[in-house]
Design a protein around this ligand. Structure first.
Ligand SMILES: [Zn+2]
Length: 312
């Protein structure tokens, strides 16, 4: 049996067909996450159908579809709980009915960081572990926790999910969530241009020449010795390290898995986070290990497909 996994990010929507934890076919579309979700759903439908045609699969081979959504999700009721900045009208759509009408299959709905955690737990860096924390670093910052072999959800589906909006700087900038000094508003993809474009020394940096200030250019130039890029990179790493430390103190995992778009530069990211944990956590040095996601691109798809398989 094959399962569709859809990972809805702030920038791209990744769509895959998965069989026994293996990605059989995949594609991407532009998220346009600031706009209505309705046209995106139509595009997802067409992309899935095209993948089936290209891979000469029939929809009768499909056992379910899993959606990994960038918001707070009630996976039991299959409802999006909070209206947030991405795909704002998605909470009005009956996604169960959408899946049933298109392919006659059940739907699993889960928060995107939780789906990525499930993907890594079942098929990646967290295999065989019962206590995990995952943090995803990209356009935004997501988090999820697995405790005693169960995904933490809490009383209102919020459990473990708001690591990106933990307040780490009480007097920091206003975040897109309305709070001040969140991990996300201190260091994430969406905040880079507004926060660092006016860095006092930017004129002395090659960053002044890049059209879009993003983590790719910051990590590349930092590795080449650009001082402003190093300063911005280290500031972000400090924010993420403190964020991870807080998650470790909250959830006490065996392993912290870090995923997301920035992990192409994992050699610059993992060591400083591990170092801060070793220095500052309440546990002895080396007890908590920080690792990169194995399926950095596709953990969300694999996890969403796994959760869809549990629906049958
Ligand atoms: Zn926030």
């Amino acid at each position: 049996m094959k399962f569709i996994g859809v990972d809805l990010g702030g920038t791209t929507i990744k769509i895959g067909i998965v069989e026994s934890g293996k990605l059989m076919a995949s594609s991407k579309i532009i998220a346009q996450s600031s706009k209505s979700f309705v046209p995106r759903l139509d595009q997802i439908k067409h992309t899935v159908n095209q993948l089936l045609i290209d891979a000469t699969m029939d929809k009768s081979e499909l056992g379910g579809i899993g959606l990994a959504f960038p918001s707070i999700v009630d996976s039991k009721q299959k409802k999006i709980v909070t209206r947030y900045v991405k795909f704002v009208d998605a909470d009005e759509i009956d996604l169960v009915e959408w899946a049933n009408a298109n392919w006659g299959i059940p739907l699993a709905l889960e928060n995107d960081a939780r789906a990525a955690l499930v993907g890594e737990w079942q098929y990646g860096a967290g295999r065989g572990q019962d206590d995990l924390v995952m943090i995803t670093l990209g356009t935004g910052v997501g988090s999820a926790a697995l405790i005693g072999g169960k995904i933490l959800k809490g009383a209102h589906s919020l459990g473990g999910n708001v690591g990106g909006h933990m307040i780490i700087n009480y007097e920091g900038d206003i975040c897109n969530c309305g709070l001040r000094g969140c991990v996300e508003s201190e260091a994430s993809g969406w905040v880079l241009p507004s926060k660092f474009r006016n860095h006092p020394n930017i004129k002395n940096s090659l960053l002044a020449e890049v059209t879009t200030l993003n983590f790719k250019s910051i990590f590349e130039l930092a590795s080449q010795g650009d001082q402003v890029a190093i300063e911005i990179r280290d500031q972000c790493l400090k924010v993420w390290s403190v964020g991870v430390l807080n998650l470790v103190h909250a959830f006490d995992p065996e392993l912290v898995i870090i995923g997301g778009g920035v992990m192409n530069s994992k050699d610059q990211i993992i060591p400083p986070i591990q170092k801060l944990l070793d220095q500052d956590s309440w546990l002895p040095q080396g007890v908590i290990r920080v690792v990169s996601a194995v399926h950095n691109e596709h953990a969300g798809i694999l996890g969403a497909a796994y959760l869809a398989a549990q629906e049958g």
